[in-house]
Design a protein around this ligand. Structure first.
Ligand SMILES: [Zn+2]
Length: 275
């Protein structure tokens, strides 16, 4: 009896500890998940049209335009304060969140800290990797993989480098692999390779995107991330009719008990970002 009482006391103390820093874990399950797609691309569409597409899915959009130096080749690359400010004003006027998809490791140097701070968030990925000579190469275009294990070790380390060195809020397209390797995703992304990525996210307070386009980051990292208590975000990486497509994200959130308190919220964006 005494032991049972002691266990009850310990359990209630544990509950208090959980409830002091955030909402109580039990309460958080009653809060509806915010239906936000933080990874929507504008491309040639109007923001009005994209908002209408997302509204039909009952989803709010976060728009991301590529940002960085002009060495990054995309139809639009925001590269200075003036361009970024005009973009932020336009997107915010539409009612969407204004984000950027940061390119390479030198992107933030294109902007002043005060302008970056006006963004709702910045997301970035590890899909443009250093070639053996150190030049930026788009992994989905013309990268020579060579030895798969060596490549995977380099790629896992590069994820950590991006997370550790870049002023980002969200790691997008996490653990993405080129087509040839994607069928081996679960085998190649071992816990040993994932753990340093998770630790870096945790240390930096960066959100891990649950990506509905590629079904990433894989269920092993989702489970590990939930257990570690990191933050997640939903992202379609969609264009046109695909924006706001977050069904997969919602399915994974349900499966791994990811609740509203576990999700990225731009209003709680770290003041240290954007510099
Ligand atoms: Zn994208």
């Amino acid at each position: 009896m005494r032991r049972r009482e002691m266990l009850k006391t310990v359990a209630s103390l544990g509950a208090i500890a959980v409830c002091t820093s955030h909402l109580c874990a039990d309460d958080s399950r009653n809060i509806p998940l915010p239906r936000i797609d933080f990874h929507a691309h504008r491309d040639d569409a109007t923001l009005e049209d994209l908002c209408a597409i997302a509204a039909k899915k009952n989803v709010k959009l976060g728009i991301v335009e590529h940002a960085g130096t002009k060495e990054n080749i995309y139809p639009i690359v925001l590269s200075n304060d003036e361009e970024l400010l005009a973009y932020i004003a336009t997107v915010k006027e539409s009612g969407c969140f204004a984000g950027v998809q940061a390119e390479w490791l030198d992107w933030s140097g294109c902007f002043s800290a005060s302008v970056l701070a006006k963004l709702d968030y910045a997301l970035g990925d590890a899909m443009t990797v250093p070639s053996p000579g150190g030049k930026r190469v788009k992994l989905w275009e013309n990268y020579e993989i060579g030895d798969v294990d060596q490549f995977m070790d380099m790629y896992a380390e590069f994820h950590v480098e991006v997370i550790s060195t870049q002023p980002l809020d969200i790691l997008a397209n996490p653990t993405w692999l080129p087509d040839g390797l994607m069928p081996r995703h679960a085998e190649l992304w071992t816990e040993k390779r994932l753990r340093p990525i998770l630790d870096a996210l945790d240390q930096r307070g960066m959100a891990l995107e649950i990506n509905s386009r590629y079904h990433l980051p894989g269920e092993r990292l989702l489970a590990m991330g939930k257990e570690a208590g990191i933050t997640f975000s939903f992202g379609s990486n969609g264009r046109g009719n695909m924006v706001g497509e977050i069904d997969y994200c919602l399915e994974m959130a349900k499966k791994y008990d990811i609740t509203a308190v576990n999700l990225f919220d731009p209003s709680r964006r770290s003041a240290t970002r954007g510099g």
